[in-house]
Design a protein around this ligand. Structure first.
Ligand code: IPE
Ligand code: IPE
Ligand code: MG
Length: 249
């Protein structure tokens, strides 16, 4: 890392001061276009994307962010060709195997949101072991969204509440926003303060629709493989300049 990058990283941090977001969520988009621009196969973009994620996780730890959520595989990504899905699963395996020691030692608690049980058994086992191994950590929470879709998450929550009502354990009047929040994968996490999407697309693609109710949204043109420490610091500096009102004055 160049000292210039490091200097700008520190400056952005200092400028930000007290208004650091607690929870940053990122839609890591643009791996395929990054590869295409270089006439490389899409998997090369995904490989570089994993490296970008690694840098951003490290930077989040250095910054003292409480929660970083990364959208790695959506419930709609099954629509991609089998070969690409298999490449993505291979990269996920490698990421967990290669990075779990560093994450564990850095005090990162790994969590997963989404129906990752639908993945191949060996991947599920790797994920479960990694979660168990970092359970006691509390410095930074790294949440990876795998086979995640917000609409499925909300439907699942509604189903859980309906079952409680059916068993006579819950009155329909008790179905409040707070009660529904408690059914979500993110129940014990703070709401998203800052949502970043890379690659110039300006949509949410079924990501954390409930949890971003009052998030600041930041869309950047940088393709995900080119996103790193400096871009994260710039995003936090941008967040620091926003005025949040939460419906008040
Ligand atoms: C994001 O990059 C990674 C995943 C969705 C897994 P894309 O693969 O969506 O890249 P583009 O949008 O085709 O450039
Ligand atoms: C969103 O990106 C999902 C992830 C980054 C994992 P996509 O590339 O799948 O989103 P769309 O299809 O362009 O909306
Ligand atoms: Mg995309």
């Amino acid at each position: 890392m160049s000292s210039e990058v490091e200097r700008r990283f520190s400056t952005a941090l200092e400028a930000n001061g007290a208004s650091l977001p607690r929870h940053v969520a990122i839609i890591m988009d643009g791996n395929g276009r990054w590869a295409k621009k270089r006439r490389l196969p899409r998997v090369a973009g995904h490989r570089k994307g994993v490296e970008a994620a690694r840098q951003v996780v490290r930077a989040a730890g250095d910054l003292g962010l409480e929660v970083l959520t990364l959208y790695a595989f959506s419930s709609e990504n099954w629509r991609r060709p089998a070969e690409e899905i298999s490449d993505l699963m291979g990269l996920l395996r490698r990421f967990i195997i290669d990075d779990i020691d560093e994450l564990a030692e850095a005090g990162v608690q790994l969590r997963v949101i989404g129906d990752y049980q639908a993945f191949q058994a060996d991947v599920v086992r790797l994920i479960d072991d990694a979660i168990a191994r970092t359970e006691g950590n509390s410095k930074t929470t790294l949440v990876i969204a795998l086979n995640y879709g917000s609409q499925n998450e909300l439907a699942r929550g509604a189903r859980l509440l309906a079952e409680q009502v059916q068993r006579g354990e819950l009155s329909p009047d008790a179905i409040t926003a707070e009660a529904l929040s408690q059914t979500l994968y993110t129940a014990d996490l703070p709401p998203v303060d800052l949502l970043i999407r890379t690659s110039g697309e300006r949509r949410l693609s079924n990501f954390l629709l409930w949890q971003t109710a009052y998030a600041e949204l930041l869309f950047v043109d940088t393709l995900w493989p080119d996103f790193g420490r400096e871009e994260l610091a710039a995003a936090l500096a941008d967040f620091g300049r926003r005025e949040r009102r939460f419906g008040g004055l």
